[in-house]
Design a protein around this ligand. Sequence first.
Ligand code: GLC
Length: 430
Amino acid sequence: MASYTFKYIRSFFRRVSSKSELKRIIKIFHKEMEKGLRGEKSTLAMIPTYSIPATGREKGGFIVADMGGTNLRARKVELKGGGKIKAGNIKEKSLGVKETKGAAEDLFGTIARFIDSLVSKKDAYAPISFVFSYPVKQTAINRGVLKKWTKGIVTKGVTGNEIVGLLKNALNKIGLNNAEIVSLANDTPAALQAGRYIDSNCDVGVILGTGTNAAYIEDVKNVKKWKAPKKIKKIIINIEWGNFNKLDMGQWDKKLDNLSSNRGKQVLEKMISGMYLGEIAKIILQGIKNGWNLSGFNAKDHMTLIAKDKTMNLRYVEMVLEKFGINNTTIKDRQIVKEIVGLVAERAARFGAAAITAVITKTDPSLKRKHTISVDGAVYRNYPDFSAIIDDTIEELFGKKGKRQIKVITTKDSTSIGAAVIGAVACLIK
Ligand code: GLC
């Protein structure tokens, strides 16, 4: 027997992401942000990043090394000032089980060798801007301790340790003594700074990819828990919004959480991000259809194709199901699959929009200023209609004024460009 009916699922998703629910969530989000900034117990870590907002005039060349979710990336980026950039090709390598489930030495050894392939031994000095997109409590622009792993990584010996030191040791071990790690950053301040480098109204950076999170610009006087370096008036805060949990969970959300490596944590992330969307849809579908086995069903390959299917008999949905050995489906079956995939993705996009709205209204409740939101990540860029639903929901929440005052942009290569900008501002605040 199915544990829930299609009718129940539809009404659940519509209820939890209705306009009134989103407004309620935004209010709670503000409270959590405030508590996090005061250093009280909160689901939002609200981490001061030691990165000051860019002016667009930053200059300098950096080697950016980026450990994001599933891949390592590196490239040389040169900022020429006035929003101009010269960047090398992106080198990419996917992380294996050894790195993501093994020991710290394996992970940082791999990162060090990867950096080595871009650094010339002849250079007297190679400034590295390191992007490490996990909840890190920063203690300086180039120092920070990992609070906990997210996005399914469980590498031992990293949680509770200082990240730049781990990378520095690995670099020294292979004799790369001319490399200096000038900055340590999360991908969200990088998205913000990359947006800001070309648009001075940019004050929020968002990632909607394997994981989800955002960073924004806050007045230092509001960050009660933090003793700011002298002369700093504004600071970028890494919210770590993926951990927000004041949300109604469906049975499928609870099941997914139970199966995850970080139970009870990252509840919003588990409803929004690319790593989990396919899993939710899979759990629901298997719950309705006895005997269906969709093991390996994911957002990138399967949900995307289903969402794009505009054919009358839902031919692509049929193809996806056949890949899982599910043949002879009826049109009704396929309609249900398409609608469930749509409901899961729509909730994700609407929650993303609510979180963005919460961040904007935290600093500017009546939208007096213009805001540019710099968004990056595969879900935002590639999932059908995801960005359109976000735009529509923001308009639904703010009305016409929202359309006038808020611009949501996709910033290409935001991580590498933003990390170089952070490397450049790092030179200013030391
Ligand atoms: C996870 C990480 C966070 C990162 C986000 C997007 O939520 O904890 O630090 O910004 O994924 O990559």
